[in-house]
Design a protein around this ligand. Structure first.
Ligand code: FMN
Length: 326
């Protein structure tokens, strides 16, 4: 199981438990690390959804595992308060011993500087080669290729096509999207990825504290039930097609699209969308089936058939306690 990723991060199995707003509760993050992979803290989930003071939340994770964990930094520019808070959170994470950061959306330069000064590593989420080149210019250590099967904000390319675009760049590449079972995992390594980043599979676990109805919806869903909607964050988000999603459609309204396009209203509109999305996603993940459900999930649902413990899932992926097909 040794790859470039396991060597850099000092972990046993090349699996990153991707950050998930709102699903990354501290017990889930810790269980992923404890199983030999690496769990990633989503700061807004830790504080706003699960109610921890940021440092106390990290201490809780450290009380559950002595193995390394990482932190997700969404480089969102629509709010100065958020930017400042994120900077403070990165400082606290470094003080608490976190040395792995996964950045997404904006320019990772500042995070690279502070992380590297402390001997840490930064991987950046990318969906295309042009963003990968920019991230490399800014000094990242690895790339997370988010493909068109991913939960959350999906990419547009297949895992194979994205690998072909990124492979000449001489950095470790991680496959994000579509890993539901051990066959998907093996296939990603065969393509040449140094590891995988998994989200959806870890929601349907005993350790994830999302509502049981959400977990059961993931188990019941097929790939064809996953749709991209603009209605939550203004950009396509991968969700299960519940009756509510079907009813309201997946396109942003004409007014919202107009406001999102224009220079003067774009930032304000993104802030509005983000705040509304934080609230709606928290509500949807924590309560049961209702008339207004947004359950984020990727196409990996096709290969997710039961709710298991993180330890069993990672064990099966590692070929321990389960038969790993060749
Ligand atoms: C419910 C959910 C929430 C997510 N939230 C975030 C997030 O806050 N930050 C982030 O960088 N990625 C986020 N992602 C993406 C995951 O970290 C990961 O890249 C993705 O889930 C991989 O695809 P998979 O779901 O097919 O395993 C989210 C994914 C899901 C399913």
């Amino acid at each position: 199981m040794e790859t470039e990723l396991t060597k850099i991060l000092n972990i046993e199995v090349p699996i990153i438990g991707g950050a998930m707003y709102p699903c990354s509760n501290p017990e889930l993050v810790a269980a992923i690390s404890e199983a030999g992979a690496i769990g990633i803290v989503q700061p807004l989930a830790l504080t706003y959804v699960w109610g921890h003071d940021f440092r106390e939340g990290l201490k809780k994770i450290k009380s559950l595992t002595s193995k390394p964990f990482g932190m997700n930094v969404l480089l969102e520019k629509s709010s100065r308060t958020y930017e400042k808070r994120m900077r403070d959170w990165v400082e606290i994470a470094l003080e608490e011993g976190c040395r792995f950061f996964i950045t997404a959306l904006g320019n990772p330069k500042e995070i690279v500087q502070v992380a590297k000064a402390a001997g840490g590593y930064v991987f950046h989420d990318v969906t295309e080669r042009k963003w990968a080149l920019k991230a490399i210019e800014n000094g990242v250590d690895g790339l997370i290729g988010v493909n068109n099967r991913a939960g959350g904000h999906a990419g547009t390319q297949s895992p194979d096509d994205l690998f072909a675009q990124l492979k000449g760049l001489k950095l470790p590449l991680v496959c994000a999207g579509g890993i539901g079972d051990e066959k998907d995992f093996r296939r990603a390594l065969e393509i040449g990825y140094a590891g995988v980043q998994i989200g959806t599979r870890f929601i349907a676990t005993k350790e994830c504290r999302a509502h049981e109805d959400y977990k059961q919806a993931i188990v019941a869903a097929r790939e064809s039930d996953i749709v991209l909607t603009e209605r939550v964050t203004g950009i396509p988000l991968s969700v299960i097609q519940t009756p509510y999603v079907k009813q309201i459609g997946t396109k942003a309204s004409a007014l919202a699209r107009y406001l999102l396009r224009h220079r003067k209203t774009k930032e304000w509109m993104r802030l509005f969308y983000n705040l509304r999305a934080l609230f709606n996603m928290k509500r949807s993940a924590l309560r049961g089936l209702s008339t207004k459900d947004y359950w984020q999930a990727g196409k990996s649902v096709e290969h997710i058939h039961k709710i298991e413990s993180v330890k069993d899932i990672v064990g099966t992926f590692r070929g321990q306690g389960g038969q790993v097909p060749g």
